[in-house]
Write a protein that binds this ligand. Structure first.
Ligand code: ADP
Ligand code: ASP
Ligand code: MG
Length: 406
C-alpha cells in the first residue's frame, strides 16, 4: 500500500466526461489498496473566465475579492469529482484549501504556503477515504481566503505530498510529460524521461507552464518523488528528480560542451527597465518585489540601469510602485516594455564562457529576430525579443540545439 498524491489540471477535469474518466483512474488506484489524496484545478478555462467576469464589473478588482471569486473554480471540480467517485462506490470527501489547513501568508493572488495542518486530510485517509483537495488555494492566519498564483495547484499537490510524506506525487496533465519545448508549438519537441530539479525550475520560471516553479522547488527541498504524466494514457511520463550519473565518459563526445534541455518563451511576462538614481537603491527595488511577491527573472544591471522580466498580471502593481519610487527620488525613470518577452535556452554548463550566449544571439540574428537584452547563468540563457517573433525564435533555437546537433 502506498500513499499517492495525484493532481489533475484544468484540461484533465475540463468536462463531465473527463471527470468520469479520472474517477475511473482514481478508483483503480484505490481498489489496488493505495491511500489517495487528489488535488484538482478548476475545470478547463474556468479561472480565465472568472477573471474576465470580474473585469466586466470592475476596472481594478480588489485582490481579496478576486481570491474569493477564483477559489470557486476549484470548488466546482472537487465536488463533482467526489460525486463521480461516490457513483463508483469509492468513499471520498472533498475539502477546500482552508478545510485542509493550508495556511498561507496574506498576499492575495500570490500567497506563499506557511504550513499545512492537514488534520482533516489525515482523518479522511484513516477512514479509508479518497481525500480530494481544492488546488491553488489556502487561508491566511487571519482567516482570509488566498490563492497561490496562476498554475499554483501543482504547488498545493507537492506541498501536501511533503507534509504527508507521500510515497509519490503525480501531476496529471494534457501532454505526456516534460518536453524539450512546448509540444503544442514545436511538434519536433522530445519527451524527457528525467529532468533535474534545477533545470526544471529554470524551464518553469521561463515559461514552460507544465509545472509551477514553486512545486519543483518544494519537491527538491522535501525530497518528494515527482512525476508529470498524461491523464489520458498510461505513458510513464517524466520524473523530476536528482540527476542520475549513468552517462559514461567514452572519449568521443565533448565532455565539457554545454547541454540543452529545452527552449521556451513566456508571453505572460514583459520587460521592466528602471533607471536608478544611485546603484544603492537597487535594494529598495528588490525589497519591493519580494514584499509583493512579484517575480524578477533574468535581471541585468548596467550603467545605472536595471532590466528584468516580470509577470504581465502584475503590470498595475509595478506601475504604481515604480511611480512611488520616482516620486520619492529613488529612481529617475522607468519603462514597461509590454511587447518584449523572455526567450530562453535552458540546460547546463552555460557559464563557462560567452559561447552559448553568442550562439543563441547568432541563431536569432539569422532569423532576423532582434534581441533587446541577453543574460547568461549556469543553467539558462535568456534574451528579450518581440512578442510576435518569440514563437519563431523558440523553433529556431530548438532546431539548432535539439534537432541539428544531436
Ligand atoms: P494543467 O491544466 O494540467 O495544469 P497546463 O496548461 O498548466 O496544464 O500545463 C500543460 C501545458 O504546458 C501543455 O499543454 C503544454 O502546452 C504546456 N507546455 C509548455 N512548455 C512545455 C514543456 N516544455 N513540456 C511540456 N508541456 C509544456
Ligand atoms: N486554476 C488555477 C489557474 O488556472 C490554478 C491551476 O490551474 O493550477 O491558474
Ligand atoms: Mg498547470
Amino acid at each position: 500500500m502506498a500513499l499517492i498524491v495525484q493532481k489533475f489540471g484544468g484540461t484533465s477535469v475540463g468536462s463531465p466526461e473527463k471527470i468520469c474518466l479520472i474517477a475511473d483512474r482514481i478508483s483503480k488506484s484505490y481498489y489496488d489498496h493505495n491511500q489517495m489524496v487528489v488535488v484538482v484545478s478548476a475545470m478547463g478555462d474556468t479561472t480565465d473566465e472568472l477573471i474576465q467576469l470580474a473585469q466586466r464589473v470592475s476596472v481594478c478588482p480588489p485582490h481579496r475579492e478576486m481570491d474569493m471569486l477564483l477559489t470557486a473554480g476549484e470548488r466546482i471540480s472537487m465536488s463533482l469529482l467526489s460525486m463521480a467517485l461516490a457513483d463508483r462506490k469509492v468513499l471520498a470527501i472533498s475539502l477546500t484549501g482552508s478545510q485542509s489547513g493550508i495556511i498561507t501568508d496574506q498576499s492575495h493572488r500570490r500567497a506563499r504556503i506557511l504550513k499545512i495542518l492537514g488534520d482533516r486530510v489525515r482523518a479522511g485517509l484513516s477512514n479509508n477515504k479518497v481525500v480530494i483537495v481544492a488546488g491553488f488555494q489556502g487561508v491566511s492566519e487571519s482567516r482570509e481566503v488566498t490563492t497561490l498564483g496562476r498554475g499554483g495547484s501543482d504547488t498545493s499537490a507537492v506541498a501536501l505530498a511533503a507534509i504527508l510524506r507521500a510515497d509519490r506525487c503525480e501531476i496529471y496533465t494534457d501532454v505526456d510529460g516534460v518536453f524539450s519545448a512546448d509540444p503544442r508549438r514545436v511538434p519536433q519537441a522530445k519527451l524527457w524521461k528525467r529532468v533535474s530539479h534545477d533545470v526544471m525550475v529554470e524551464l518553469a520560471t521561463r515559461g514552460a507552464g507544465v509545472l509551477h516553479p514553486r512545486s519543483v522547488e518544494l519537491a527538491k527541498q522535501y525530497q518528494v518523488p515527482l512525476r508529470v504524466k498524461n491523464s489520458l494514457n498510461d505513458h510513464e511520463g517524466t520524473m523530476i528528480g536528482p540527476r542520475k550519473s549513468t552517462q559514461k565518459a567514452d572519449g568521443e563526445s565533448d565532455m565539457e560542451e554545454f547541454g540543452v534541455t529545452g527552449t521556451t518563451f513566456d508571453s505572460n511576462k514583459f520587460l521592466v527597465r528602471v533607471k536608478l538614481s544611485r546603484s544603492t537603491v537597487l535594494n529598495s527595488l528588490w525589497d519591493l518585489a519580494s514584499h509583493l511577491h512579484l517575480s524578477v527573472v533574468a535581471p541585468v544591471f548596467s550603467e545605472g540601469e536595471v532590466w528584468f522580466f516580470s509577470d504581465r498580471e502584475a503590470e498595475g502593481e509595478w506601475r504604481r510602485s515604480l511611480e512611488e519610487l520616482v516620486r520619492d527620488g529613488f529612481i529617475q525613470s522607468y519603462r514597461l516594455c509590454m511587447e518584449t518577452v523572455p526567450l530562453s535556452v535552458v540546460g547546463d554548463r552555460f557559464s563557462q564562457d560567452g559561447k552559448a550566449l553568442y550562439e543563441v544571439i547568432s541563431v536569432l540574428e539569422k532569423e532576423n529576430i532582434q534581441v533587446t537584452l541577453g543574460s547568461a547563468s549556469a543553467l539558462a540563457i535568456t534574451v528579450g525579443v518581440s512578442q510576435n517573433r518569440a514563437e519563431d525564435g523558440v523553433k529556431a533555437l530548438h532546431k539548432e540545439f535539439l534537432e541539428d546537433r544531436v
